[in-house]
Design a protein around this ligand. Structure first.
Ligand code: NIG
Ligand code: ZN
Length: 422
């Protein structure tokens, strides 16, 4: 019998100026724990194939190891866990810069939506685009983000707004999962807005999602999560509960767009349902903060959406100081955040929401991973986790990363222990 030899690829990464996020244990970080970001200076990192095998001080390395051909010299880079972006609408048919100009001229997000712009604009464009073309352009966007340091991502539907359209989006996401080097989590967001044909028959659209979309999604295993835009003028708390409960019956865990434009009740609904996360949180009050702090639901902040819509930023300091578990994500979408650059999200969180660099990096790695159930394999430098890593250009300190917000400080990205082509 031919013996099959499994040759594990041991590789030693040396001369790391600072190895960031080194943890023996992995858990969601909340409150004061978000401030702690353990690092090892002048470090080595040992990889075993695609996983982290060990790390430590260069001075403790056996010198003869350094002559090993599989040594990778990090050349004084900072090495961090890759970003874990747990909230994106990366699959869309076209940009919406015309609305960008409308907003500059003073139109509100709601007014643009009311005239058939916004999500409905994206839905019209998606309807016309063949699935293969939608896949190809989404794959290009995915690789753009990976090269910017994203090592795990969640992608939502929500521009289909019909059985055929939502299934088309989720099938594209499934095809992306099949070819992507990074883990992708799929979210069904049929409840993004009411399609024009159902604008006067909300129950009719809810029935369509529950009785026509969800069974096919479950049958083809097209989604991991269910999401609802719980917001005035979109889906009410009661409708959100009905739709999420139907999704949970189909095996999908809830992640909810909550408290973006108003005190929508979405946070309390998410906590009540045991949602993985409630996302946006631009508009919060004491009750919503208290409910979130007392729950295991992660609050995912989307600062580039607040920035792009010229809204007040999320009260991150209050949320963290109240003991909430906070994640950061890009909300990459053509309407409110046409950027998937997590480096910008981290910078903006420090600059505008006064997160420390350590808090922002924890929120964009560890907690982002947990907000899409990947905390067991990504989000920190922990033995056994995947080697999805960011290697920076030469920088003087960790704080320089969010500080120098206009420079791309990502030099190389490693996914599953392999370099990603620049
Ligand atoms: N607010 C709802 N959904 C997206 C925006 C979608 C769009 O404008 O196309 C968001 O998270 O900001
Ligand atoms: Zn969103």
């Amino acid at each position: 019998m031919e013996r099959g030899y499994i040759v594990y690829m041991l590789r030693l990464i040396t001369h790391i100026k600072c190895l960031v996020g080194t943890r023996n244990t992995s858990t969601v970080l909340r409150g004061a724990a978000l401030r702690e970001l353990p690092c090892v200076e002048d470090a080595f990192l040992l990889l075993d194939d695609e996983r982290i095998a060990a790390y430590g001080l260069m001075k403790d390395i056996d010198k003869q190891e350094l002559s090993n051909p599989t040594v990778i010299d990090a050349r004084g880079a900072f090495v961090l866990p890759a970003w874990c972006d747990s909230h994106t609408h990366l699959v869309f048919a076209a940009s919406r810069e015309e609305e960008f100009v409308d907003k500059i001229r003073g139109m509100s997000y709601e007014a643009i939506a009311a005239k058939g712009g916004g999500i409905l604009n994206s839905a019209r464009k998606l309807q016309e685009m063949p699935e293969e073309q939608l896949f190809e352009q989404s794959l290009q966007r995915l690789y753009e983000l990976i090269r910017l340091g994203t090592g795990a991502i969640e992608i939502k539907s929500g521009y289909g707004l019909s059985v055929q359209g939502e299934l088309k989006m989720l099938r594209v996401i499934k095809k992306l999962k099949a070819v992507s080097p990074i883990p992708i989590k799929a979210t069904f967001l049929g409840a993004h807005t009411y399609p024009l044909v159902y604008r006067n028959d909300h129950q009719g659209y809810i029935d369509l999602m529950i009785h026509d979309m969800l069974p096919e999604i479950a049958k083809e295993r097209l989604a991991d999560y269910i999401d609802v835009f719980c917001e005035e003028g979109f889906f009410s708390p009661a409708e959100t509960i009905t739709i999420c409960k139907a999704g949970m019956m189909a095996g999908l865990k809830p992640k909810i767009h909550a408290n973006q434009l108003h005190l929508s009740g979405g946070v309390q609904v998410g906590v009540q349902l045991g949602a993985l996360s409630v996302d946006h949180l631009e508009t919060m009050d004491a009750d919503a903060i208290k409910a979130l702090a007392a729950s295991n639901t992660i609050g995912t902040l989307l600062p580039t959406a607040a920035f792009f819509l010229r809204m007040p930023f999320q009260p991150a300091r209050q949320l963290i100081d109240a003991g909430c578990a906070i994640a950061l994500a890009s909300d990459y979408n053509p309407g409110s955040s046409p950027s998937g650059n997590m480096n910008l999200v981290v910078s903006m969180s420090c600059i505008q929401m006064k997160l420390s660099p350590e808090e922002a990096i924890n929120a964009a790695t560890m907690n982002g991973a947990y907000a899409m159930e990947l905390g067991d394999r990504l989000g920190s430098i922990t033995v056994g986790k995947k080697a999805n890593l960011i290697f920076t250009k030469p920088i003087p300190s960790l704080a320089y990363l969010p500080y120098a917000f206009g420079s791309n400080l990502v030099d190389r990205v490693m996914i599953n222990g392999e370099w990603i082509e620049k």
